[in-house]
Design a protein around this ligand. Structure first.
Ligand code: NI
Length: 269
């Protein structure tokens, strides 16, 4: 068996447990006879050396993956790496980003440091960190709101901790819904709302990558101050095109991802 499979199983389980709309989309596609293959899985973290991109990448590197790309997202103040499996072409790419906390206020950095200080030592050393959520802390709603003023990404991570931010369906692997237009129409006709920031489809055939996503559903979360409904995770869809040499484009486009990150933003109206 693929050594990375148990990692995916844990991440997928936590993801669909928390996000019922993902299971609905998955079932809709399966019922249409489609094989749902993951283009990539996205993980988020902070740049603290105890939990940064390299720490989260390690279990994947130990399971047959290698580093295949680096990215800078200036607007969102993120740095990211993507990993690819060295011999299994069906294994999803892993996209791991970290928030560059030194580019934010002292207050944000302090909140992040205190949050990381509380992670149990044995969890920091274990691959279980990848799918441990925020099991060590009950978040404060005031803190969540404070963080959100500076960074939606920081606020999301503070509340949800370590888990897949999104899985991404490979549109290339679909038969009937083999374009984002067809797939988006199918999802909308089934009551899902697509993320419209930067247009419904980000990227273009010319850029060799197109992506879209459904908006993150809101779920009740227990905070110190009580239970509040806030956005959780979203489901993404990607179509890749071959380059001039006929090789399928394998990277990510920093500009599109800047917009895709907004799928977890809180929509107030
Ligand atoms: Ni993505």
């Amino acid at each position: 068996m693929d050594k990375a499979q148990p990692l995916f199983d844990h991440l997928w389980h936590n993801y669909i447990e928390q996000n019922p709309q993902v299971r609905k989309v998955y079932n809709l596609l399966s019922n249409e006879g489609e094989e749902v293959i993951n283009d990539h899985i996205a993980l988020r973290t902070f740049d603290d050396p105890r939990i940064n991109v390299d720490v989260l990448a390690k279990p994947f590197l130990n399971a047959g993956y290698h580093e295949a790309g680096k990215y800078v997202f200036e607007e969102k103040k993120l740095f990211a790496k993507h990993l690819e499996h060295s011999f299994n072409p069906k294994a999803p790419r892993i996209f791991i980003s970290q928030l560059e906390t030194e580019k934010f206020s002292f207050k944000l950095r302090q909140i992040v440091k205190q949050w990381v200080d509380l992670i149990p030592e044995q969890l920091l050393k274990s691959k279980e960190l990848l799918y441990s959520g925020n099991s060590w802390v009950i978040p404060g709603f005031n803190v969540y709101q404070e963080l959100k003023e500076e960074s939606e990404y920081a606020a999301w991570l503070y509340v949800y901790g370590f888990r897949a931010n999104h899985f991404t369906v490979s549109v290339n692997a679909l038969k009937k819904y083999n374009s984002l237009e067809k797939l988006n129409d199918f999802l909308k006709s089934n009551g899902f709302s697509m993320n419209q920031a930067g247009g419904e489809i980000k990227g273009s055939p010319k850029q060799l990558l197109e992506q879209s996503s459904i908006r993150a559903g809101k779920i009740p979360v227990l905070f110190k101050e009580g239970t509040y409904e806030i956005p959780a995770c979203y489901y993404e869809f990607a179509r890749r095109y071959p380059d001039k040499n006929g090789k399928l484009y394998n990277r990510f486009i920093a500009k599109s991802a800047d917009k895709i990150f907004e799928s977890t933003d809180n929509i107030t109206n």
